[in-house]
Design a protein around this ligand. Sequence first.
Ligand code: HEC
Ligand code: HEC
Length: 326
Amino acid sequence: MKLALKLLALLLVSVVMMSCRGQKTDKPPIRHHFNMNFQERFNAQQENPFFEDGMAMRMPVEGTVARGNLRHDTVLFEGVDDTGNYVDEIPFDLTRDFLYRGKERYDIYCQMCHGGTGDGQGVIMTGGYGYVPAPTFHSESSRNMPEGEIYSAIANGIRNMPAYASQIKVEDRWAIVAYVRALQASQNVREIEMDRYDVDLAELRDIYEAEQARLEALAATRAAGASEEVSVERGEQQFVRNACQACHSVDGRDGVGPTLAGLYGSERNFTDGTSAIADEDYLIESILYPSAKVVEGYEDAMQPYDYLSESEIQSLVEFIRSLSDE
Ligand code: HEC
Ligand code: HEC
């Protein structure tokens, strides 16, 4: 009997507790610590009549630097020397730990675009999502890039690549630079130097050939899946899918690259002093080998789009041509 009563009481309590949940009320919520939910404070950019200038956000006192913010070492913080040139050095001891730290950070922040080996074939790039292609680090120009410039690419971003300063600390940025250098060295060893290493060259060659075959198969599947239709509409699709608009406008505005409006049939001047009329062959060459002729006033910043199929390139040409028809 006693037990039954106790059980009944327990049941009642739980029913009462459950009935408090899941019901709507129009009354304001009960706040046990009102001043914790709503503190007196100023939001960013708000006015504050307390100060003469009326701003809640205060400027640093003139002539002072907050503790830890004195960034007088331009080599360390900006990758440049006193004259503003990129430095050819990494201002840290190149220990094994430092390099592994760089590898870890690289794999977190860079690998998805620039690829695990630095070949620019990260998962985001090979998935056909329409990102601006990330360059390989194994080109002559990347190998010749001073350390300071790679550091600056991380700290400040470079052209279409955003800055990673808010996510990667100064020391880690340099660790990544060191690791990029290690990746470059790993992919650029002359065969006679390989004797120094305890590796099986034949096995490496097999791995390399298997990888090439995999990439070719991938390209073939992509080509087979693509329709062979050539049209302005398809060209416009390709223009968007390959993120050409990141650098080229179609309405006359200037960008990282020249506008494509009115390009077809116009005369182009190149940095080497030569010139040409922008006909079909020129457009195809510009897409496949952008470095062959660099338009005056622009950087050689475009990556080759040599993975596009013939009909995709023809469609792009048709699309660009359509931007010149009145
Ligand atoms: C979201 C993709 C993405 C990520 C992540 C990314 N990059 Fe890039 N990176 C790019 C693209 C795209 C470019 C080319 C930008 C352009 O030319 O407009 C580029 C260019 C560069 C360049 C210039 C190379 C050259 O030859 O001009 C360097 C150096 C570089 N990235 C380093 C890094 C490092 C180091 C990291 C990691 C901290 C990183 N990137 C992360 C997409 C990315
Ligand atoms: C990272 C920026 C960037 C991206 C993305 C890019 N381009 Fe370019 N492109 C440039 C720059 C810079 C130039 C001028 C320098 C040169 O001639 O290489 C250029 C030049 C060209 C030219 C010659 C323009 C002229 O005025 O003579 C054509 C055509 C062109 N791009 C087409 C394309 C197409 C199509 C795509 C997409 C599949 C594309 N570009 C993606 C940067 C880019």
